[in-house]
Design a protein. Structure first.
Length: 149
């Protein structure tokens, strides 16, 4: 069974997050660097390691610094311990953990894109304030036990 290195998995997840946030398909990203969408899939899953020169290319295409791909690295990746192939045990850096990450959800990305389409800064700030208030109120309800999960 192949072993995935947590750093490769994390870098791939960050690439996918940024690509999705930009609304870019795997095919379009692949075309920008002369690769197939299948190769992009392998990079995003962490099954293929991304070279430093390729990572530099990706950073330019998705308009982030190279360090973006290493931000928010989980503890097991920092320890450098490989994980087994497609395990779903819910440990940091595994596919199950990524499913729970709100930044990897399509709904989150759609919300962020829609938010930034609002041109008026004052309207964006009002919407931001409303969402924060609703989230805080919901959190307080859950803490007080009035609302079931």
């Amino acid at each position: 069974m192949s072993r995935l290195h947590p750093v490769d998995v994390h870098v791939g997840v960050r690439l996918r997050q940024r690509r999705n946030l930009l609304g870019m398909s795997q095919t379009k990203l692949g075309e920008a660097v002369a690769l197939t969408f299948q190769q992009i899939q392998k990079y995003e899953r962490g099954s293929n390691r991304i070279s430093s020169s390729r990572l530099f290319e990706f950073s330019k295409i998705v308009d982030v610094p190279v360090s973006f791909f290493f931000d928010e690295m989980p503890a097991n990746a920092l320890a450098g311990r490989p994980t087994s192939g497609r395990g779903r045990k819910g440990k940091a850096g595994t596919p199950l953990e990524k499913e729970k990450d709100p930044l990897s959800k399509r709904e989150t990305l759609q919300l962020v894109r829609a938010y930034y389409k609002i041109r008026e800064p004052h309207v964006r700030k009002c919407i931001n304030d409303i969402v924060k208030e609703v989230g805080a109120a919901d959190y307080v309800e859950r803490l007080s036990g009035r609302k079931k999960k």
